[in-house]
Design a protein around this ligand. Structure first.
Ligand SMILES: [Zn+2]
Length: 234
């Protein structure tokens, strides 16, 4: 793991560098540059609210193919909760223990992992099982100018183009035996959010994972083909 770290610098960054930070706050960050050119930011002096460490992120990034990983510039291990929690999670869901663990920003190609009050090994399990980084990388790709240039689209999001909705439409006409989905979305999560962006991010997530790729190809072949054309074969 250590040989994947190229350089460590200490910097004070505010919300102009770290998405979602309160405007007046400044935090001293350990800025860890990895061999695959992604910067991981963790608190220089940990306050104990973020239980994940840079090594946990490196381990996950190692599982993501380079042609997806290249759309990520930085991953922040934030010592604060998601500022948009109340916006996306209903009161009932919050009572059921729902919380936002990550987000992906396409302006800065930055993934933020928020502070969630669970122990480190549980959180590592969440990142692995939910494929959080693959999903958030999907959000950075969705609005990335390089990816959009390949499609020759002026749309703000790839997921909002006719190309993507056409792929969704074609996939919905197939008879799938092994999904419990009641609608045309790729996952229960995208269905719950009822958002094209989440359908795209979850599709990238499945495409990014060795175990899920064949499943995506079999059950959602048009999305698979679209992503293979956009991102290149894996
Ligand atoms: Zn998402």
């Amino acid at each position: 793991m250590a040989d994947e770290i190229v350089r460590i610098e200490i910097h004070e960054y505010d919300s102009s560098v770290v998405v979602g930070m309160p405007k007046d706050q400044k935090i001293k960050w350990k800025d860890i540059e990895t061999a695959f050119r992604i910067h991981i930011l963790e608190e220089h002096e940990p306050t104990g609210v973020q239980n994940l460490r840079a090594e946990d992120i490196i381990e996950e990034l190692n599982r993501i193919p380079e042609n997806i990983r290249k759309y990520v510039t930085s991953v922040v291990l934030a010592p604060f909760m998601c500022p948009y929690n109340d916006h996306f999670i209903s009161k009932e869901e919050a009572e059921d223990g729902w919380t936002i663990i990550g987000s992906g920003d396409y302006y800065k190609n930055q993934i933020t992992i928020y502070a969630v009050p669970l122990d480190r090994s549980t959180l590592r399990g969440v990142l692995r099982n939910e494929l959080t980084l693959g999903h958030e990388a999907g959000h950075t790709i969705d609005g990335d100018p390089r990816a959009k240039a390949k499609l020759k689209t002026e749309a703000r999001f790839i997921s909002h183009t006719p190309h993507w909705t056409m792929a969704m439409c074609k996939d919905s006409k197939l008879n799938r035996g092994n999904t419990e989905l009641s609608s045309y979305f790729v996952s229960k999560y995208a269905e719950r959010c009822n958002l094209l962006n989440e359908d795209f991010a979850d599709s990238v997530k499945f495409f990014s994972d060795e175990g899920c790729r064949a499943w995506l190809k079999q059950n959602f072949p048009s999305r698979y083909k679209f992503l293979e054309n956009l991102l290149g074969p894996i």
